[in-house]
Write a protein that binds this ligand. Structure first.
Ligand code: AMP
Length: 504
């Protein structure tokens, strides 16, 4: 049987007339159109020299055409490589130099800037803009719509996604057809997705969340999605009256909560709000429930593994946890030093195994061997624990662990205490080099504005609530925390910015 994800998708279509994608400007693409347009695009790719296993690198704005390009690449047996639209020419040169795609698709506005990088990587360059126009769509428009789906094994590569790489060089995670299909089917089941669903798609499509979770689950269900170019609260409020699902990063929910329109009435047509990619504050979960009557469903995954855990559809969606291991995925907690599995309830390194877990890092066998064990478990780099009910709690990234005076301090524990202090909006706790302690616990705090906060007041509030070694040595105030496009707080930037704080 063909394990090509496009073949499995095409076979699951029951109503070719049903809407697959809508756009805010009123375009409507049925499943039948989607298959035909994907065929044209696959023919265009082949005419441009793309062969099975070739990489197709893509740095374009979100559009229907970009989704078609992703599906057509799979259909042609090639490997889709999406790139963050924020990457500079130098970053693009690194990625395409490393991946050696045969084709590089970019926005026409950036073509001049990126020609050299494409030439050096040996890639042919074509263009596609935010409206789906460019030399690539011109080539597709005149191509025939029939195209035989290339035969793929479940272990063949479907996509190469570079990790966000907050430390060191970004690595290319090799995702197979089997990885993507198994995860889409497992989430479809877990979230009770059907062809009646209408997703508000407001996530970027260069990342696992928007590209695979949102797009694949919707298309594998015969459901439809309203493709927004970006997150826009105004549009989300309008669309909630006829949509059923929203998938977002925590910042979406924080932003929507700031709007008076959020209530049980405006969300009455919605059945599911999913959050992931960064921790959702328990406070946001509670506030959302109070205002809308819906419990946000938080899930946990990453580029290398697709989704691993999810709060249940039926049953308790517990704030501050990422839920239970998905069927077919094993989650264990191990000692970060020895790798030995820890007794239930203890904090350690989260490791996962299953059909969802990637094949390894592109051309980095040592990195692959260091993070993907021979027994199939992937060492996620996230610290966490599993409670008595099987719910996974994430404590933070392993590299954010602070070792001060020989003691381990988990920033999340300190952040939770600081966030309880009146006048604190949110906080990030980091370790900074210190000559006596090795690392000194340091708090970066975003105040709400009132009451006025001082460093002394925060230190005093934590006295008696945290052991002395956990208390911040210094508190820094900021207007907002640095976040990447997926809403993750970039602690590495904070560590760099304040590296010399204790060395003056
Ligand atoms: P990425 O590969 O960009 O998707 O980043 C994956 C990382 O995001 C994970 O290793 C976690 O550190 C973090 N992450 C994803 N989902 C969650 C979540 N629900 N709660 C906390 N952290 C999360």
């Amino acid at each position: 049987m063909n394990a090509n994800l496009f073949d499995i998708l095409a076979r699951s279509i029951t109503d070719a007339g049903a809407t697959a994608i809508e756009t805010p400007d009123g375009a409507r693409i049925s499943y039948g159109d989607l298959v035909a347009r994907t065929g044209r695009m696959a023919n265009a790719l082949v005419a441009l020299g793309v062969k099975p296993d070739d990489r197709v690198a893509v740095q374009v704005e979100k559009s229907v055409e970009a989704i078609i390009l992703y599906l057509a690449t799979a259909r042609a047996g090639a490997v889709f490589l999406p790139l963050n639209t924020g990457y500079t020419a130098a970053e693009i040169a690194y990625f395409i130099g490393d991946a050696e795609p045969s084709l590089f698709v970019c926005d026409p506005a950036r073509a001049a800037d990126l020609t050299q990088a494409a030439e050096q990587a040996g890639a042919r360059m074509v263009t596609l803009d935010a409206k789906g126009k460019g030399s690539l769509s011109d080539a597709a428009a005149s191509a025939p719509s029939g195209f035989d789906i290339v035969l793929r094994d479940k272990d063949d590569l479907a996509a190469l996604l570079y990790t966000s790489g907050t430390t060191g060089r970004s690595k290319g995670a090799m995702l197979t057809h089997g990885n993507l299909v198994s995860n889409a089917l497992s989430l479809r089941e877990a979230w009770r997705y059907t062809d009646k669903d209408v997703l508000i798609h407001a996530l970027p499509i260069f990342h696992t969340h928007g590209l695979f979770v949102a797009t694949n689950v919707t298309l594998f269900s015969g459901a439809s999605m309203i493709l927004l170019p970006k997150f826009d609260p105004e549009r989300v409020f309008d669309l909630m009256a006829r949509a059923t699902v929203l998938m977002g990063v925590p910042t979406f929910y924080v932003r929507l909560l700031e709007d008076d329109r959020l209530n049980a009435e405006t969300t009455a047509h919605m059945r599911l709000f999913v959050s992931g990619s960064a921790p959702l504050l328990a406070e946001t979960h509670r506030a959302w429930r109070v205002r809308s009557g819906h419990a946000i469903l938080e899930r946990y995954g990453m580029t290398e593994t697709n989704m691993n855990t999810s709060n249940p559809y039926d049953g308790a969606r517990v704030a501050g946890t990422v839920g239970l291991a998905l069927p077919g995925t094993e989650v264990i907690v191990t000692d970060p030093e020895s790798g030995v599995e820890l007794p239930q309830g203890e904090i350690g390194m989260i490791e996962v195994r299953g059909a969802n877990v990637f094949k390894g890092y592109w051309r980095m066998p040592e990195k692959t061997a260091a993070e993907l064990r021979a027994n199939g478990f992937f060492i996620t780099g996230d610290l966490g624990r599993i409670d008595d009910n099987g719910y996974v709690h994430i404590i933070g990234r392993g590299k954010d662990l602070i070792i001060t005076g020989g003691y381990n301090v988990y920033p999340k524990e300190i952040e939770a205490e600081i966030d309880e202090i009146p006048g604190v909006l949110e906080s990030a706790v980091i370790g900074l080099a210190h000559k006596d302690y090795g690392e000194a616990v340091t708090a970066v705090v975003v105040p709400t504005g009132s009451p006025a906060l001082t460093e002394a007041a925060i230190v005093a509030a934590l006295e008696g609530r945290l052991a002395r070694f956990k208390q911040p040595k210094r508190v820094i105030f900021m207007d907002e925390l640095p976040r990447n496009t997926m809403g993750k707080v970039q602690k590495n930037l904070l560590r760099d910015q304040y590296a010399g704080l204790y060395h003056k």
